[in-house]
Design a protein around this ligand. Sequence first.
Ligand SMILES: [Zn+2]
Length: 294
Amino acid sequence: MRLLLLATIALALVGCANSPKQVSSSDGATLAFAPGEQTRNEASPHVAILRPGQPPAPRGGLAGRTISVSKTSDIRLGPKEVVLTFDDGPVPGKTDTILRALDQFGVKATFLMVGQMANAYPGTARKVAAAGHTIGTHTQNHKNLRTVSVNVAEAQIREGRESVAAALRPGGYRPAPFFRFPYLADTTTLRGSLAAQGIVVIDVDIDSRDYYASGSDALRARAVAAVERRGSGVILFHDLHARTATMLPLLLADLKERGYKVVHLVPARTGVDLIASSAPVALPKLETTSPDRG
Ligand SMILES: [Zn+2]
């Protein structure tokens, strides 16, 4: 059953930037996000990359500074600074592989978790927190918030935060007040609502397009080319694709080779409702009436 659930959710959750479709889950519920694998291969032939089989890069040398973030505009990156973000998980196995790669290079990422996934795999969510990464949220069911009422959208955002907080709570962790719109489909109204709650929208500068059904080598070349075109920025990945997990160590070696630094985003505010995932502390029961109930 657990495997079936994993397969169902993983198939259903494919890519923030894809067009949403309606997908039926095994229990009959309708999920609002989409498969829709695409086959376009946009790997650049002009990017020289390390080949599989070359020795792995030693730990160190890739980690950059830490930015304390209280609003989106705090994320100001210099040349050759990138932020790694992983959406739509946690997914047992794939997320674990990604954690190992990040640890191998001594870098920290931000995971934007879907509430439904955190409900299904709370232990994996806690592993991410225990490894010192920042955890934000990504709605409860990965709905396209442009296609629903403001009330439904706000409920999706709130429920997503509650689910991720519930998954993390047994470990003494809390999500950061960071949010990413599914499909990157934002609205001015929701951005205003999030800002009023002290929730920071994490936008995307560089899309790895790891939702395209390409091999891990093609994905890696495409991602490096996208990073090199822009020179710095927040990179979008998804921790529900095997190709993403497979290529990550080599991609990180590529970035290191090219002189990039991976910047770690952490929440600026560490009030009782805004504890960073990377700050494991024993906390009292969450105040459920807070606008930032996690
Ligand atoms: Zn997504």
